[in-house]
Ligand binder design. Structure first.
Ligand code: UDX
Length: 446
C-alpha cells in the first residue's frame, strides 16, 4: 500500500519505518528542511534501539523516503497519517495547530479519496475538527471528494518503540466507515497475522482510549509513590509492599515501581491535557489532578532528602548525578526528574557533575553553558571530588557499580537513589549512607 506520514518525530518516524519494513511504500513528510535533509543522509534524530537499521534498510530498498514536498506527500498515499506534535499550550491543553495545519494541507491538495488518520495523541473531538478543516479546503477549491477521518492512537514506549510497533498489544482503530476500516485492516495486516489485535470502535472512544491508558498508568505510578512516602514515614519498606500487592493478578507487577517521579513526553502532558479537557466541560477530574500533584511533588523528593542530609547547606557542594534521561534506553530529557534535581541544586548554590550513557548531547543542548553543570564522560569521572551521589535513571550500567570506588571518591559517603536499584545492605556494608524511595527512612542512615 502507499502510505504518507506527516511528522518525523518519535511516532511518525517509528511508524513510517515499521510500515515500510512490512512492505508498504511510505513517504514521511516534515516541514523541517534540515531534519529531512539529515534523514535523507541516514541520520536518525533520536536514539531508539533498532530504529536506525530498519530506516536504512527500507530507504535502500526504496520503500521509505523523506520529503518536505506536501504536493508529493498528499498525492502519494491513500492513507495519510498525521503524527505531528500536540504540545501543551499555556494551560496544559493540547495545542492542535500542527494537526489542523496538516488537515488543511491535505484538503487543499487531495485529488482522490483519502483516509486521514490521527496518530498523534489528540483530545476527544479532534477528528471532527480535522474533518471540518479538510472539508473547508475542499469547498474553497469547489471539489467534491470523499474522505474519512480515523483515530488510530499509538501506544509505543520510548526505548522499546520498534518492538511495540511490530508486536503491538492492541491496535486501536476508531472508524465509522467500512471503506476506511478495510484499508486500515490491510495496512496493519502484517502486524496482526497471528492473532487479532485490532480493536474497532467509534472515533471518540478511540481518542479517549489513548488518554485513559496513559492516565491509568500514571495513576499506578503516583499511587505507588504515595504509598512509598507513607512507608518511609511509617518505617515500612515499599519494595516488600510492591511485591506483596503485585502478586495479586488484579493488581499485577507492572508499573508499580516507586521512584523520583514519571517524566517523558506522554504521561505528564496527557494527564494534564485530560484534566484540562475535563475542566473545559465543567467536570472536575479530581483523581487526575491528584495524580499530577503527587508526581510534581515526587520530583522534589530526591532533592529534599539531599538538602535535609546536608542540613540545608548545599552551597559550594558538588553532587555527582547518574542518569539524566527520563528513563533508560532513551536520550529523551522531556520532564525528566533529573532536571528538577539539578535545577534545585543550582538554586541552592551547588554544582552538578552529571553522566548519562545517552543523554549527554541532549543535556548540553538544553542547558548549554549553565553555571554549575559539568558533564562527565563516565560515571566514575562524575564521582571525582564529589560530595554525594544522586541517581535519577535506572540504566543497566548503574545496577552493580563499584561501591568501594563510590565510597572512596565521595567526601560524604552518601547515595540518594531515585530508582531503588540496590539492596541497602550492599551499601551500608561499605560504609555508605543510603537513601532510597519509600524504604523506611531511618533504616539505613548511619
Ligand atoms: C508511555 C506509555 O508507556 C506508552 O504506552 C505511551 O504510548 C507513551 O507513554 P514512555 O513515556 O515512553 O511511554 O515511557 P514509560 O516506560 O511508560 O515510562 C514513563 C515514566 O514512568 C518514566 O519516567 C518511568 O521512569 C516512570 N515509571 C514507569 C515509574 O516511575 N514507575 C513505573 O513502575 C513505571
Amino acid at each position: 500500500m502507499r502510505i504518507t506520514i506527516f511528522g518525523t518525530g518519535y511516532v511518525g518516524l517509528v511508524s513510517g519505518a515499521c510500515l515500510a519494513d512490512a512492505g508498504h511504500h511510505v513517504v514521511c513528510v516534515d516541514v523541517d528542511e534540515n531534519k529531512v535533509a539529515r534523514l535523507r543522509e541516514g541520520h536518525i534524530p533520536i536514539y531508539e534501539p533498532g530504529l536506525e537499521p530498519i530506516v536504512h534498510h527500507n530507504v535502500e530498498a526504496g520503500r521509505l523516503s523523506f520529503t518536505t514536498d506536501a504536493d508529493e506527500a498528499v498525492a502519494h498515499g491513500e492513507l495519510q497519517f498525521i503524527a505531528v506534535g500536540t504540545p501543551p499550550d499555556e494551560d496544559g491543553s493540547a495545542d492542535l495547530q500542527y494537526v489542523l495545519a496538516v488537515a488543511r494541507t491535505i484538503g487543499s491538495r487531495m485529488e482522490d479519496y483519502r483516509v486521514i488518520i490521527d496518530k498523534s495523541t489528540v483530545p476527544v473531538g479532534t477528528a471532527d475538527k480535522v474533518a471540518v478543516a479538510v472539508q473547508e479546503e475542499l469547498d474553497k477549491r469547489g471539489k467534491k471528494l470523499d474522505f474519512d477521518v480515523v483515530s488510530n492512537p499509538e501506544f509505543l514506549k520510548e526505548g522499546a518503540a520498534v518492538n511495540d510497533f511490530m508486536k503491538p498489544d492492541r491496535i486501536i482503530v476508531g472508524v465509522e466507515s467500512d471503506r476506511a476500516k478495510e484499508l486500515l485492516r490491510e495496512a496493519y495486516y502484517p502486524f496482526n497475522r497471528n492473532h487479532e489485535r485490532m480493536i474497532y470502535m467509534d472515533v471518540r472512544s478511540a481518542e479517549l482510549t489513548k488518554y485513559a491508558a496513559n492516565a491509568m498508568l500514571a495513576t499506578k505510578i503516583s499511587f505507588m509513590n504515595e504509598i512509598a512516602n507513607l512507608a518511609e514515614r511509617l518505617g515500612a519498606d515499599v519494595e516488600h509492599i510492591r511485591r506483596g500487592i503485585g502478586s495479586d493478578p488484579r493488581i499485577g507487577y507492572h508499573f508499580i515501581y516507586p521512584g523520583c517521579g514519571y517524566g517523558g513526553s506522554c504521561f505528564p502532558k496527557d494527564v494534564k491535557a485530560l484534566a484540562r479537557a475535563a475542566r473545559a466541560i465543567d467536570y472536575e477530574a479530581r483523581l487526575l489532578d491528584a495524580v499530577e500533584d503527587v508526581n510534581d511533588a515526587q520530583k522534589h523528593v530526591l532533592f529534599d532528602k539531599l538538602n535535609h542530609h546536608f542540613k540545608g547547606d548545599l552551597k559550594g557542594k558538588t553532587i555527582a548525578l547518574w542518569g539524566l534521561a527520563f528513563k533508560p534506553n532513551t536520550d529523551d530529557m522531556r520532564e525528566a526528574p533529573s532536571r528538577t534535581v539539578m535545577e534545585s541544586i543550582w538554586k541552592a548554590g551547588g554544582q552538578v557533575q552529571a553522566f548519562d550513557p545517552e543523554a549527554m548531547e541532549e543535556t548540553q543542548r538544553i542547558y548549554g553553558d549553565q553555571a554549575g553543570l559539568h558533564l562527565c564522560g563516565t560515571k566514575e569521572q562524575a564521582l571525582k571530588n564529589a560530595d554525594a551521589l544522586v541517581i535519577c535513571t535506572e540504566w543497566k550500567e548503574f545496577r552493580s557499580p563499584d561501591f568501594e570506588l563510590i565510597a572512596k571518591n565521595l567526601s560524604h559517603p552518601v547515595v540518594f537513589d531515585g530508582r531503588n536499584l540496590y539492596e541497602p545492605e550492599m551499601l551500608t556494608r561499605r560504609g555508605l549512607t543510603y537513601y532510597a524511595i519509600g524504604r523506611g527512612l531511618n533504616q539505613f542512615q548511619k
